[in-house]
Design a protein around this ligand. Structure first.
Ligand code: ATP
Length: 380
């Protein structure tokens, strides 16, 4: 087992395309680390440089205590699991799992016992004599995992391993991989573009955008204390609502709406104290906006309702808030909302608001997020 250390890693493709910018962070021994970000942000490139499938332009990469910049992929003591399972169709499950050990020249008895052990852990024991064509997608995925774990590598690297599976199986396999990783306690890096997958599986999550690391943190911290507007919008679905606003003393003005922020908010954000017409970006998560008719609050705004999606347990209420909307730079976030500049609020199913109404919205002012308009970083 081993930790992985990235120090000022840069990757330039060809002469000019800078795919990774000065990435530095540590992955602890036994940790489940997820790389997440929109398409093209460089997550696969980061994983492939760690695997040795891409060279590093500059920087230092260590697996365990060993500098591996120039070490061949096969000598890095890592196992990769890809989205295409790459199983041998004419070999049985047993032969597929045994293959890497056969290549490594292990004695037959040792191969047999390692395959049996992997099959037991992955609940594949009764399927060992089948060929891949006679397995379900989830079972094939487990065989691919089996091939990785028999080698007892220092680390697993997984690149979107579940993207070929249907939604239900993905959820099941997500839980299986996370619990398997905890059982084996092997350092794991898992690449996904799906923030829900990232949040549910990772001990920590590295959020990337445009080849630049945005924040490496626990799922809880990413959600509750995002470092910048991009992370704030990327993590959470529907996305955090972000608007330009003005803070004057305790009064926050959001377009034609104003409300008072409680004193206690300023105790844990001292730099907001005594603001005088200060421009800020304010972030409000959908669950922190409720129907004021159902749950009143001292901080209220009103806005026209453009759409109500009744989900049974709650209603997603789209609101046309008349403050300048902030583009967080995440194309997926806009697609989620469907309506580019609408805010989304999660109302209680008891709410009776309908499209066309002017809704009174109770804002949970304790849960507001504030960002600098220029640097777009969090204000604390
Ligand atoms: P996705 O989720 O779409 O797989 P990703 O975050 O994994 O995206 P990468 O595959 O790491 O992104 O690619 C990062 C950027 O580097 C992209 O803009 C991509 O076009 C570029 N890139 C990747 N491989 C090469 C290559 N061999 N030569 C030149 N550019 C490349």
């Amino acid at each position: 087992m081993a930790g992985i250390e990235l120090r000022n890693i840069n990757k330039v493709y060809g002469n000019s395309f800078h795919a990774l910018h000065d990435m530095s962070f540590d992955i602890r021994d036994g940790e489940f680390m997820v790389f997440v970000g929109p398409s093209g942000c460089g997550k696969s490139t980061a994983l492939r440089t760690i695997a040795g499938l891409e060279s590093i332009t500059s920087g230092e990469l260590r697996i365990g205590d060993r500098l591996v910049n120039d070490v061949d992929p096969k000598d890095r003591d890592i196992a990769m699991v890809f989205q295409s399972y790459a199983l041998y169709p004419h070999k049985t499950v047993r032969q597929n799992i045994a293959f890497p050990l056969l290549m490594a020249g292990l004695p037959k008895t040792q191969i047999a016992s390692r395959v049996d052990e992997a099959a037991r852990i992955l609940e594949l024991t009764t399927l060992l004599d089948r060929r891949p064509a006679f397995l379900s997608g989830g079972q094939r995925q487990r065989v691919a995992m089996g091939r990785a774990i028999v080698r007892k590598p220092a680390a697993f690297l997984m690149d979107e391993p579940l993207s070929n599976l249907d939604a239900k199986l993905r959820v099941q396999m997500r839980a299986e991989i996370a619990s398997l990783q905890r059982k084996l306690n092997v350092t794991t890096i898992y690449v996904t573009h799906d923030q829900v997958e990232a949040m549910t599986m990772g001990d920590r999550v590295a959020v990337m955008k445009g080849g630049v690391l945005q924040q490496v943190d626990t799922p809880q911290n990413l959600y509750n204390r995002p470092d910048n507007v991009f992370v704030a919008a990327f993590i959470g679905s529907p996305s955090m609502n972000l608007y330009e606003a003005v803070l004057n003393g305790r009064t926050l003005t959001l377009g034609s709406n104003s409300f008072e922020i409680p004193d206690r908010v300023f105790e844990y954000r001292p730099s907001l104290n005594g603001a005088s017409n200060r421009q800020v970006i304010v972030g409000i998560r959908p669950e922190h906006m409720n129907d004021a008719a159902v749950r009143p609050s001292s901080a209220e705004i009103s806005a026209p309702v453009t759409l109500v999606e009744a989900l049974g347990s709650e209603s997603m209420v789209h609101l046309n808030i008349d403050a300048p909307w902030v583009d967080a730079g995440d194309p997926d976030a806009v697609a989620d909302i469907g309506d580019e500049k609408a805010a989304v609020a999660r109302f209680s199913p008891k709410s009776t608001v309908r499209a066309g109404d002017i809704a009174r919205i109770a804002v949970d002012a304790d849960e507001l997020h504030f960002f600098q308009p220029d640097s777009r970083t969090s204000i604390w």
